[in-house]
Design a binder for this molecule. Structure first.
Ligand SMILES: Cc1cc2nc3c(=O)[nH]c(=O)nc-3n(C[C@H](O)[C@H](O)[C@H](O)COP(=O)(O)OP(=O)(O)OC[C@H]3O[C@@H](n4cnc5c(N)ncnc54)[C@H](O)[C@@H]3O)c2cc1C
Length: 367
């Protein structure tokens, strides 16, 4: 049995796995192709406070804003969800990576940057290491060990604008399949003077940059960006389905984070799910080395802990992806009449819809 771990990819998921493995006293080395980790930040950083607490990251130095709610737009309808308590932090993704790096290295993990892992290097590492593939949505590890490529993607484009944000406590989400097919567009106050504008489109429906250019011409968006200066812009991708397998126990290979498609299909958020799965993977590897238990437990425990919520996110995504704007607008208006605005303001949980549903069935829509 192998007793060392090689983690391919030093994003949040890989570094969280390395942090926990090193804390268990397991020799762990992380490899990343980048020389400057977390840069450029092609993704956003809205993460629930509950989720961040679960991950146990000391994220404060990376936080740039705090969100209390969201405005959900569909056609002319707007649903306002506003909590009295802070719900999410907006994090600078490069700084978050650095915090995760420090936490992993402080516990004894070694990180080698500037080394792209190809098939030959992966084979070399695999001779005497358990492998964790944490190398993002186009995982070389998943491909190398035939763990099934992720077939469904959202293409994204986002840019920061230097503007006076106004109310920096809320994020605006725009659901309109003619602008952002099968996903959504967003305006997120990254700070009081930085508004992030972003969009995702189903990969089958074309180009995220073109969709972005259409979105910024919409009146509500144009009004907010007036006189604003665009600072940078990046395209990227979000995996929309979990990998067919997240572990090959015989081969001692595990996938975590975007490499495993551990992302909420409703919002594209992957830091909490991917990081939680990385913590689980580290625990299963620790027990495997110490007690001889099978690595297959990672697959079972992952599906048991996150399967229901992943399915619920997937169902919600399918619902709004297949409804036209008029129906979406009507759905929002009906939900408001039924009292969902209050319910979501009081009990909304951006990571775990199953927790919300439990409350819903126990208490209904009363306050
Ligand atoms: C536009 C956009 C907005 C998003 N917004 C949010 C959000 O608000 N909240 C949220 O929670 N999530 C969000 N996400 C999702 C989130 O960014 C990802 O789920 C998360 O970054 C996944 O982390 P990871 O460590 O699995 O992968 P990554 O962050 O992609 O890290 C993978 C690492 O592997 C390295 N690598 C890849 N291939 C190799 C190789 N062959 N050899 C060596 N190194 C390699 C890369 O350099 C990289 O450092 C967003 C994503 C996008 C695209």
């Amino acid at each position: 049995m192998k007793e060392k771990v090689a983690v391919v990819g030093a994003g949040t998921a890989g570094l969280i796995a390395a942090r926990d493995l090193a804390a268990f006293g397991i020799a762990t080395k992380v490899y990343d192709q980048k020389t400057r980790l977390g840069y450029p930040a092609k993704a956003s950083g809205i993460v629930s406070i509950n989720g961040l607490n679960i991950l146990g990251i000391d994220y404060k130095s990376a936080a740039t804003n705090t969100l209390y709610g969201a405005r959900i737009h569909a056609g002319n309808a707007v649903m306002r969800i506003m909590s009295k308590k802070p719900q999410a932090r907006v994090l600078d993704r490069e700084k978050l990576n650095l915090v995760c790096y420090d936490e992993a290295v402080d516990r004894g993990a070694v990180v080698q940057t500037g080394l792209k892992m190809d098939n030959q290097r992966i084979d070399e590492l695999h001779k005497d290491n358990i492998i964790i593939g944490a190398d993002g949505p186009l995982s070389a590890v998943a491909k190398h060990f035939s763990m099934g490529s992720i077939k469904k993607y959202t293409l994204t484009y986002k840019a920061d604008f230097n503007v006076d944000v106004g109310d920096a406590r809320v994020v605006d989400l725009f659901f309109d399949n003619s602008i952002a097919p099968k996903f959504f567009a967003w305006l997120c106050p990254n700070a009081k003077d930085i508004l992030e504008v972003g969009i995702g489109v189903d990969a089958k429906y074309g180009n995220s940059k073109t969709a972005f250019e259409r979105f910024v011409k919409m009146k509500e968006v144009r009004d907010q960006l007036e006189k604003g200066r665009m600072l940078d812009g990046y395209a990227s991708i979000i995996p929309m389905r979990t990998a067919r397998r997240v572990v090959e126990a015989e081969k001692e290979v595990l996938l975590v984070g975007d490499a495993a498609g551990q992302v909420k299909p409703t919002t594209g958020g992957g830091i909490v799910f991917g990081g939680s799965a990385a913590m689980l993977a580290a625990r299963v590897i620790h027990e495997h080395i110490k007690l001889g238990t099978s690595l297959e437990r990672y697959e079972k425990l992952f599906r048991k802990s996150f399967g229901t919520d992943m399915k619920l996110h997937s169902v919600l995504n399918k619902i709004y992806a297949n409804v036209n704007e008029k129906r979406l607008e009507a759905l929002i208006n009906i939900s408001k009449t039924l009292g969902f605005e209050n319910f979501l303001s009081n009990y909304g949980d951006m990571d775990r819809p199953s927790v919300m549903l439990k409350r819903f069935f126990l208490r209904g829509l009363e306050k």
